[in-house]
Design a protein around this ligand. Structure first.
Ligand SMILES: C[S@@+](CC[C@H](N)C(=O)[O-])C[C@H]1O[C@@H](n2cnc3c(N)ncnc32)[C@H](O)[C@@H]1O
Length: 409
């Protein structure tokens, strides 16, 4: 392979591209797609173009329409939208839900193009979704890869465990096609040594283990099957499969091994270290009149609330730290960051000691983007939104380096 022709789906503001290009100039981005369904203005796409150029290979269209234009490539990457995987919504529709359906767009591209490697990112909950049939959605994803001749490994990574400033937990999925050397090596090992080899592979040799070394593992593990002997077809998987997946796993020839692994922890960057040190604009400071709202949002609650049907229930939640501690990594940043709410970060400004929200630059730093990455003409609220959607770039760089090795580049 002369260089790695890479296609980026659900590109957002280009976190995958930024991370992979930092790893090696062997990643050649040949096509990208980004389209925000709920908005007329396409700010993330504009940001992508501002950094990577206006090109007919940068497409701003629903992937359902654009997928027929995807060129041949060696590596497919993307952080596919995840809203429906929320286990916070009790009746989560999982992969069959409106946005979850996007998985099948990836599936169609795999069917048509069979890239040698695939790297996907999603929320940590994807391996447990949906709430009423744990592990079903992820089993369907694994089956889908299996049917196309891929081996798959996954890890749930907390960015702070590997030296970043945010405790952002995401599932990374790496798949390689049976034409690759790493597939064949894994297949040989599993064929001759079985489950023991799958375990050793996860502890030492997997692409994601090279990127994110592990120190130990849990005593318990799960083994399951996703092949035709276990399930006739995909609807059969959807109807019957229930599986418990741990934070690491591998699927080879329809056999799945999964175990909880412990990261070789690297010192996280404390939140205090990424804060802007100079004077920040007054608009970031919490106004006196807004303080009660913040105090309420962050505080403990034990109160009666009404359901839509008029019935009453007790709502309980504990207090969260307010302001944030600065001596450890931050909590996960969401798309609603900086709006008054429980999940937004409020910090004591290093210069004045007064309480304020994070600035867009600080949010970029939490994800490892260069300062001002999203300062490409979008409204400030969208800069927060884009960072809430984005991934932690240095994690992708590490995966890129491990992938280069696996691809023999
Ligand atoms: C989780 S974010 C990925 C962010 C990206 N990894 C980054 O670093 O910015 C998913 C992206 O998919 C886009 N998206 C959602 N539905 C889409 C569709 N039907 N077609 C194309 N893109 C879509 C969203 O606008 C969002 O930017």
């Amino acid at each position: 392979m002369e260089g790695i022709r890479t296609v980026e789906l659900f590109a957002g503001v280009g976190g995958f591209r930024l991370g992979l290009e930092a790893a090696s100039d062997k990643f050649h981005f040949v096509w990208a797609d980004q389209w925000e369904p709920s908005m007329r203005e396409q700010y993330a796409f504009e940001c992508y173009q501002a950094h990577f150029g206006n090109s007919e290979n940068h497409v701003c269209q629903d992937i359902a329409k654009a997928k027929s234009d995807v060129p041949d490539h060696d590596l497919l990457v993307g952080g596919f939208p995840c809203q429906d995987y929320s286990i916070m919504k009790k009746n989560s529709a999982g992969i069959e839900g409106a946005k979850g359906v996007l998985w099948w767009q990836i599936d169609d591209i795999l069917k048509e193009k069979r890239p040698l490697f695939v790297v996907l990112e999603n929320v940590d909950r994807i391996i447990r979704s949906p709430a009423h049939q744990r592990g079903r959605d992820f089993s369907m994803i694994l089956r889908s890869f299996y049917e196309k001749g891929y081996a798959v490994e996954w890890r749930v990574i907390n960015a702070a465990d590997y030296g970043n400033a945010q405790r952002r937990r995401r599932t990374f999925i790496v798949a390689y096609h049976n034409k690759t050397r790493c597939f064949q090596d894994l297949a040989d090992g599993v064929c001759t040594k079985g489950l023991k080899y799958m375990h050793r592979y996860l502890m030492e040799h997997a692409v994601l283990t090279k990127a994110f070394p592990v120190s130990s593992h849990s005593r318990t593990y799960t083994e399951s099957w996703i092949d035709e002997l276990a399930y006739i077809d995909m609807p059969d998987v959807a109807a019957k499969q229930k599986a418990y997946f741990y934070n690491a796993g591998v699927m080879m020839n329809g056999r799945i091994y999964s175990v909880d692994v412990c990261p070789c922890r690297e010192r996280a960057i404390p939140l205090g270290k990424i804060l802007e040190k100079g004077p920040v604009d007054p608009r970031f400071f919490i106004r006196k009149e807004d303080m009660p709202q913040w105090v309420y949002a962050k505080g403990a609650k034990h109160e009666k609330r009404k359901r839509r049907d008029g019935s009453v229930y007790w709502f309980n939640e504990g207090a969260v730290r307010f302001p944030e501690p600065l001596d450890g990594p931050s909590r996960t940043m969401l798309t609603s960051e900086a709006q008054v709410g429980r999940t937004s970060h409020v910090v004591a400004d290093p210069m004045t000691g007064r309480l304020r929200t994070l600035t867009p630059i600080e949010c970029e730093r939490l994800n490892g983007f260069p300062d001002g990455w999203t300062n490409t003409g979008m409204p400030e609220k969208m800069r927060y939104f884009c960072m809430g959607n984005a991934l932690v770039v240095p994690l992708v760089t590490r995966i890129g380096l491990a992938l280069i090795e696996a691809a023999g580049q």
